[in-house]
Each structure stands twice: as structure tokens, then as C-alpha cells.
Design a protein around this ligand. Sequence first.
Ligand code: IPE
Ligand code: IPE
Ligand code: MG
Length: 237
Amino acid sequence: MSDPTRIPQHVAIIMDGNGRWAEQRGRERYEGHAAGVEPVRASLRAAARRGVKYLTLYAFSTENWGRPEKEVDALMELFCQSVVNETPELIRQGVEVRMIGDRSRFSEKVQRYLEEVERRTAGGATLTLILALNYSSRSEITRAVRRIAERVEAGELAAGGITEETIDRALDTARVPDPDLIVRTSGERRLSNFLLWQASYAELYFPEVLWPDFTEEEFDRALDEYARRERRFGLVK
Ligand code: IPE
Ligand code: IPE
Ligand code: MG
């Protein structure tokens, strides 16, 4: 049964299609990334308006380092600029920013900017914005397994005492509920190393729109689609 009042607590978005958007206009790929900032603002507004509590955005994958240096540099510059420019508005809206991914690979400058936005937005109560930066699910799971193994080695934990909760808590997403809805724009239908553990029972939605063209209305459409889904979690109706 469709229930339009059913709102996902956690929406995660794979923001895809910036390069194609730029190519279609005969522009450079980085211009597509720059055009992808406004849809982030629109998604935040829509999420806050609809009462979504967690919004995760896949902004840079571990594999994305393999792109041309010029594009990677432009993306790093865009992250720094955006977090600085947007921080006052994020604070005003009560948005708390968190990162997932391995930030140790970023330059000191980028790391400083990211720490600064986390520090200044801490305690925001409207919603939590989680930025997946240098994120890949396999890397996250590998780092989590290492942390758990260290506790076993130290004698703090027995191997038989490892539960799903132990793993949940060792992931970058500790204390964040699993995504209810994962959206990937641009018509591609794959997860590309995003939240593989956490996506176990997520609803998936693949609109054709390219990320720079994503609007508040598109976000609302995704929530409408979610409200029509019947989640069963392996049980019978
Ligand atoms: C998504 O857009 C943004 C990042 C991966 C950083 P793309 O850059 O992947 O755009 P397409 O898929 O080439 O169109
Ligand atoms: C996934 O998009 C990563 C982000 C959106 C940040 P990609 O464009 O990198 O993924 P593939 O290469 O199409 O799988
Ligand atoms: Mg892509």
C-alpha cells in the first residue's frame, strides 16, 4: 500500500552524470562538477522540508583518484570552496556535517577545511549531512576489520564475540541508521562501491536525470517512489 506520509529516515545519493552534463554542452568536465553544487543545496532544502534526518552524498570515490589530474584537482578545489562558502548557511539551517571515507589521503589543506566544517556545524539538529569523500565500501570494511582484529589481538574481544553490531560500530557510519533509500542519478544502475554493507535492505531508485539537473522536485519524486515501495525485510506480509 502506498503511504505518502512514509518518509525515509536516511536517503543516500550517488550524484552521477556531471561529466555527461558538461560534455552535452561542449564544456569541460569540471564545469559539470561546479554545476553539481546547486543540486546539493536543493537536496538539503528538500530533505529538511520533508523531515529526512540523514542525507548521505557520494562525492568522491576511492577509484576517482584515477581520473585525470586536472579533474581531481578541480574537484578538491571545489570541495574546499564549497565547504567554506556553505558553512554559514548550513549552521543557519541546523545541518550537522560528517564525513565518511579515508580522509588521510587528502592534502593537509583539504583535511583542515573538512575538520573546520565538522567542528562548526557540530550539534546541528535539523539533519545530518554525511559526505562520502575518498569513500569506497570495500576500503571502509577493510579498515573496520583491521580495527576489530586489533581489539582481538589486544585481548579485548573474543573472535566468537564478534556480532553484526560489532561490525556496524567499526564502520565509518557508526551510529547512523542504514539508508532506507539509495538514489543514483544519470540512469546508471549500479552501486559503484557505495554502502555495500549498509544497503542490505535499502530501496534503490535510478532516475534518468543528470546530477546538475537534479532539483527539489526530483527529490520529492524520489520520496514519492519510496512511499509506493513495500519493504518486507525477508518476512511475509
Ligand atoms: C559524478 O559525475 C561526480 C563524481 C564522480 C565526482 P561523473 O563525473 O561521474 O559524471 P559522468 O558519469 O562522467 O557523466
Ligand atoms: C560513483 O560514480 C562515484 C560518485 C558519484 C562520487 P562514478 O561515475 O565514479 O562510478 P562508475 O565509474 O560509473 O561506476
Ligand atoms: Mg559517473
